[in-house]
Design a protein around this ligand. Structure first.
Ligand code: SF4
Ligand code: SF4
Ligand code: SF4
Length: 202
């Protein structure tokens, strides 16, 4: 099996929460490390022992039939009255599942939250917690839900990357403008000095 298809198979075996509990930035990085660095197969805590067994079966080229799911899956919730609108949770959320603006009450989009828990400890006023929704949710993968979560994650990565590049371009433009201003003022000074010298000989 070539590298790409092995990596894809392992990525498919992971829950797509992008929760960093494996100590990697995302599911894809953990998958790469399993292949390239012989990383331990038990590091995806949300996936549990079934995911570990699945990874081992892929790496040893065997079949796997156990269900891939998190039962009693929880999602994040915000106590509206206590939210101070600091926007930290928006920045932390890997899949854009929180909406709000500075100094405004924030809200979790239930259908978009994948339950990664990354936001919970970051809230400075502890107004976030994990809750079970009215219907008991089971997170399964691969599924439409996990695919959407993966897409939302990469869309956010692309957006942040674009913003970073735009900022760098703006920074370079400011430096270039400053260089140009310095050059013009230097040229004007030089010109003025030249005129003063000419006057002395007049
Ligand atoms: S879902 Fe598993 S593999 Fe993906 S980031 Fe979380 S711990 Fe890592
Ligand atoms: S709202 Fe919180 S728990 Fe839900 S996906 Fe975003 S960071 Fe994870
Ligand atoms: S981190 Fe907490 S206080 Fe800040 S916007 Fe999110 S929910 Fe509100």
């Amino acid at each position: 099996m070539n590298y790409k298809s092995l990596q894809n198979q392992i990525i498919e075996a992971l829950p797509q929460l992008q929760c960093k509990k494996c100590e990697y930035p995302d599911c894809k990085s953990y998958a790469a490390s399993l292949i390239e660095k012989n990383e331990k197969t038990n590091k995806c805590e949300p996936g549990g022992t079934e995911t570990e067994a699945h990874i081992k079966s892929i790496l040893s080229n065997q079949s796997f039939n156990l269900p891939k799911q998190i039962k009693q899956h929880h999602i994040a919730d915000i106590v509206r009255e206590e939210c101070i609108g600091c926007t930290i949770c928006i920045k932390v959320c890997p899949v854009d599942a929180i909406i709000g603006a500075r100094h405004m009450i924030h809200k979790v989009l239930e259908s978009q939250c994948n339950g990664c828990e990354l936001c919970i400890d970051q809230c400075p006023v502890n107004c976030m917690s994990m809750i079970q929704t009215r219907e008991q949710i089971t997170w399964t993968w691969p599924s439409e839900q996990s695919e959407q979560s993966k897409k939302n994650y990469y869309r956010k990565i692309d957006r942040l990357d674009r913003i970073k590049k735009e900022k760098e371009l703006n920074r370079q433009k400011i430096l270039e403008d400053r260089d140009m201003d310095e050059y013009i003022s230097y040229a004007l000074e030089a010109e003025s000095r030249k005129h003063q010298k000419i006057k002395k000989y007049e």
